[in-house]
Design a protein around this ligand. Structure first.
Ligand code: GAL
Length: 698
């Protein structure tokens, strides 16, 4: 075969692969709508005596769980020696599951390594920033760019796919466990980083420019000279921020590539009724879900209670609502389906303090997930284990594997109640108009997150917290809030908020402008539009790219000492700030909504708003201590757009799905719902107690 022919043939094969076998499947097929949210539980047969398997599986089924999750840490049991596979034990448990009418989700076991593997191929472990190689002992330590590791992973995934890809009891696959785009300083990662940079920049001159290497003699002569930027060795204060941003992007790409690689192995082997997902962490978005191309949908893990002082006296037992709240808005953004793969079952072993949950808390979290329109909720884990690193971690059953923990009791009650909801489900319902009207998009961008976390500029800066402040205000308005990416379609949203959106280009500004001209209400905030995509600050004015949009200039920005009080006036009220203040100069004084009332720049504007085309643009240039100014400004934005809002107190969430209104209460005070006489209360009552739930239909 001549070269030309070979080239053509390989292109054809690639085309067929991309368009057929590896194509992600239709996402709605995996979860029948009338099941609403199916419930599952983690089970580890490898931890228990074989004689207990049937008892456990029977128990799980009789509690009403619908699926079990297995195998994500069991590589040593599946491949006890290189190339020697043992699936008999897993076959047996899957068979038991099938007998007891449970479905199975299988995890690929690539977040751990069997002992033999580490001895034989030590290069599969990642290297820390001090260039020490990790070694056997825990999990999530692999060098994802290492070819040996990738090869070993491919083989076990293929074996599992061949074995269970057509098994009707298996409904889905979770790739790896809690993907985490870790920095890896190993030689294979160094090499992969250089390749990544070369692909991105093509020439070393382009890279030198993008990284600003003229500063401090950092200019490179060739890609081969580059080492992964190492803040640990050179000190965070002096490290090149542009190279660090690329390191984050590279690490996220490597992580996503590893997931896609596994999905590509599985896809041709599995039936179209099995889904492929992975379980991202809810708390810190540690890996960018949008970078993967081959998964059917995203799922996530959430552990809302680490014994933190949350809302009020009971908060430390009810958990931090913001964690689930963020995840529920974030993980559905790209796909129709999302589920929670791991939900905390009770106390954990790794919180600063690990208190018992208030009875009912797990039930409340489950309803929070339900209201958030998830398709499944699975809890980690069925049995508490009496040995190993997580022996102090609770399960749905206690150490005897029989008695229900408080979490188990909560699950049992919820499963019972779900029968009522499934019966009450009506497939012909549509989202109420007032909710459609309120639908709000908040723009998220990982580059911004990484860039700002790297350069807070004040020790009080916390990007995620700032973002959550806006998200929580929107939820207190009773508005459905989607966290979307900048290139998503914004036309379904009357209000779009870009909290602290640092990195922009002309195309994005144009997109925002068009959105507003066509009638959208755009809200921009401090630190938006100040840098280009390489992270260089625009030269002619702080945030200059957004000046035409906001019809104002940002002349400077300020920060106060932690104990100092900056004052502001708006809507005839006084507000306080401390963290960040932009000094805004509005072109037309009538556009000013808030101005500073102390400091030497007293009188300067902090918030401006104006009409543009058929919509409005509002710029909030200050971070108030309690978010009250932001809330008042946003309420005005909604009112201008003729959009109604509620006023739910902190910790109270009221969501709507499939015809059900769902209220949960994380606060330490009772909340009286405003439910009309015509409503049908299905679960709970019109007053939601702390940790309580109410579900009703209108
Ligand atoms: C999760 C992890 C689980 C388990 C759990 C304990 O982060 O995915 O495997 O370790 O934490 O809370």
């Amino acid at each position: 075969m001549n070269d030309e022919l070979k080239k053509l043939l390989s292109r054809f094969i690639l085309f067929v692969l991309l368009t057929t076998t590896v194509k992600a499947q239709d996402k709605t097929q995996f979860f029948p709508k009338d099941d609403l949210m199916s419930l599952g539980i983690y089970y580890y047969p490898e931890h228990w005596d074989k004689t207990e398997w049937e008892r456990d599986i029977k128990n799980i089924a009789s509690l009403g769980f619908e699926f079990i999750h297995m195998a994500e840490f069991s590589w040593a049991n599946l491949e006890p020696e290189e190339g020697v596979y043992d699936f008999t034990w897993l076959d047996e448990v899957i068979e038991l599951a099938s007998i007891h009418e449970l479905k199975v989700v299988l995890g690929t076991p690539t977040s751990i390594t069997p002992v033999w593997m580490g001895i034989k191929y030590p290069e599969i472990y990642l290297m820390n920033a001090d260039y020490t190689r990790q070694e056997h002992g825990t999990r999530d330590q692999q060098s994802l760019s290492n070819p040996v590791w990738r090869d070993l992973s491919k083989k076990i995934v293929a074996k599992m796919g061949e074995r269970y890809g057509q098994n009707p009891t298996v409904i889905g696959w979770q790739i790896d466990n809690e993907p985490w785009a870790k920095e890896d300083f190993s030689p294979s990662s160094q090499k992969a980083f250089r390749v990544w940079l070369q692909n991105k920049y093509k020439t070393i001159e382009n890279l030198n420019k993008a990284w600003g290497n003229a500063f401090w003699s950092q200019t490179y002569g060739a890609f081969e000279e580059i080492k992964i930027p190492n803040a640990k060795l050179v000190g965070w204060w002096g490290i090149n921020p542009h190279s660090l941003l690329d390191l984050k992007r590279y690490s996220a790409d490597i992580q996503a590539g590893f997931l896609d690689m596994q999905a590509a192995v599985l896809r041709p082997l599995i039936s179209t009724s099995q889904y492929i997902t992975t379980n991202y962490t809810a708390t810190t978005p540690a890996a960018d879900p949008r970078r993967t191309k081959m998964l059917d949908f995203n799922s996530f893990t959430s552990y809302p209670n680490k014994g933190n002082a949350n809302l009020g006296d009971l908060g430390f037992r009810l958990g931090d609502p913001k964690e689930l709240s963020f995840a529920l808005s974030f993980f559905k953004s790209e796909h129709l389906v999302s589920g929670i793969m791991e939900l905390q079952p009770g106390f954990v072993n790794w919180g600063g303090i690990n208190p018992l949950l208030q009875p009912g808390t797990l039930r409340m979290w489950l309803y929070h997930c339900f209201g958030g329109d998830l398709s499944f909720a699975c809890s980690y884990r069925y049995r508490q284990i009496n040995y190993g690193a997580e022996q102090y971690h609770s399960g749905i059953t206690k150490l005897d594997g029989l008695s229900l923990s408080q979490g188990g009791k909560d699950y049992k009650q919820t499963i019972g109640e779900f029968k009522i909801l499934r019966e009450a489900y009506d497939e012909d319902v549509h989202m109420p108009e007032k909710l459609k009207d309120r639908k709000t998009a908040l723009l998220w961008n990982y580059d911004n997150f990484w860039s700002m976390e790297g350069q807070g500029q004040t020790k009080q800066w916390n990007t995620l917290k700032f973002f959550q402040k806006y998200l929580e205000i929107i939820k207190s308005f009773g508005a459905p809030a989607d966290i979307v990416y900048e290139d998503d379609d914004l036309s379904a949203y009357k209000v779009v908020i870009a909290p602290t959106f640092e990195l922009v280009d002309k195309a994005l500004i144009r997109k925002w402008e068009n959105y507003v001209i066509q009638g959208g209400h755009l809200v921009l905030t401090l630190r938006t539009g100040v840098k280009d995509r390489n992270g260089h600050i625009f030269s002619s004015g702080w945030g200059e790219m957004i000046y035409p949009l906001i019809d104002a200039e940002i002349q400077n920005f300020d920060q106060l000492m932690p104990s100092a009080k900056g004052t502001l006036e708006a809507f005839g009220k006084e507000y306080y700030w401390n963290n960040w203040a932009d000094l805004v100069h509005a072109k037309s004084p009538e556009n000013v909504l808030a101005h500073y009332t102390n400091q030497f720049y007293k009188g300067k504007a902090a918030v401006v708003s104006h009409k543009m085309g058929m919509g409005t643009v509002t710029y909030i240039g200050v971070d108030t201590d309690d978010g009250s100014l932001e809330k008042d400004v946003l309420r005005k934005v909604y009112a201008q757009g003729n959009i109604t809002t509620e006023n739910y107190p902190e910790g109270v969430y009221v969501q709507w799905r499939d015809g059900f209104w769902v209220a949960v209460n994380y606060s330490s005070k009772e909340y009286k719902l405003n439910i009309t006489g015509k409503s049908d209360v299905l679960i709970g009552d019109t007053t939601v107690r702390p940790g309580g739930v109410t579900v009703w239909k209108e």
